[in-house]
Design a protein. Structure first.
Length: 226
C-alpha cells in the first residue's frame, strides 16, 4: 500500500511540476515528497497511540525538509507541496484530494482553543505562496487562494480569494489550471479603474453644466445691456 501511494505521489509531482524531469531527481530532490512519506509514518504511529516517536519523526522531517506537518494532520491523496520551505500544517488540519500547496504556506490555528482548530481544505484546492489559512474554517472544492493572502473565514466552492484579510473576488468561475495560481483578479485595481471612469464621467457632466451656466449668464448680460 505504501509503495502504491509513493508511486502515486511521484506521478502527481510529474503532473504538477514542469521542472520534474526524471524519477531519480524526484525521489532524491523533492522535499515535499520526503515530508509526505515521513508524515504518513508519523500519522500511522499516532493512530496506534505510540508516544513521542510521531513528534520526533515530525521534528526530523522539519529539520531535513523545512516542512512542518503535525502527525495529527489528515492528508488525502495526490497532495503536492511545491518547493515546500516554510510550510506549516497544524494538528487538526484536514486536507482533501488533489491539493497543491506552495512554499511558505501556513495552515494554522488562531489561539489556544481546543478541539478542531485548524482549517479543512476540500478537493482540488490551490494555496499560493506565503498564504495563511487560519482557524477552524472550510476551504471549498476548487478554491484558489492567492499568494500572500490571509484567510480567516469559510470560502465556498469554486471561488478565488485574495488579500488581507482574504476577500472572495471570483465565484463559480471557470476552473483554471492549478499552476496558474498567480492568474487572479486584483480587486483594488478593479475598484480604482471603476472610480477613474466614474470621475471622468462626472467631470464631463460638471463641464457641461458649467458651460450651460456660462452661456445663460452671457445671454442674461447681453439682454440686460451689460
Amino acid at each position: 500500500m505504501y509503495l502504491t501511494r509513493i508511486e502515486e505521489d511521484i506521478k502527481t509531482i510529474y503532473e504538477k511540476d514542469p521542472a520534474a524531469t526524471n524519477i531519480l531527481e524526484v525521489i532524491c530532490c523533492y522535499p515535499g515528497l520526503h515530508a509526505l512519506v515521513l508524515h504518513r509514518i508519523a500519522h500511522k504511529l499516532r493512530k496506534w497511540r505510540v508516544p513521542f516517536i510521531p513528534r520526533l519523526i515530525s521534528g526530523f522531517s522539519r529539520f531535513v525538509t523545512g516542512i512542518e506537518i503535525h502527525p495529527g494532520a489528515t492528508i488525502g491523496r495526490k497532495f503536492f507541496i511545491d518547493h515546500g520551505m516554510g510550510v506549516v500544517i497544524g494538528e487538526t488540519t484536514v486536507i482533501g484530494n488533489n491539493v497543491l500547496v506552495y512554499q511558505g504556506v501556513t495552515l494554522g490555528g488562531t489561539g489556544k482553543e481546543s478541539g478542531k482548530r485548524h482549517p479543512t481544505l476540500k478537493d482540488n484546492v490551490v494555496v499560493g505562496s506565503g498564504a495563511k489559512v487560519l482557524g477552524n474554517i472550510t476551504i471549498g472544492n476548487n478554491v484558489r487562494v492567492g499568494a500572500g493572502s490571509v484567510v480567516i473565514n469559510d470560502v465556498p466552492d469554486d471561488s478565488t480569494v485574495v488579500g488581507i484579510p482574504g476577500r472572495i473576488v471570483m465565484h463559480k468561475s471557470q476552473k483554471a489550471h492549478q499552476l496558474q495560481h498567480n492568474v487572479i483578479p486584483d480587486p483594488i485595481k478593479d475598484a480604482l479603474s471603476t472610480l477613474t471612469y466614474e470621475i471622468k464621467d462626472l467631470k464631463k457632466i460638471v463641464k457641461k453644466e458649467a458651460g450651460m451656466v456660462e452661456n445663460e449668464a452671457e445671454e442674461f448680460n447681453h439682454g440686460a445691456g451689460i
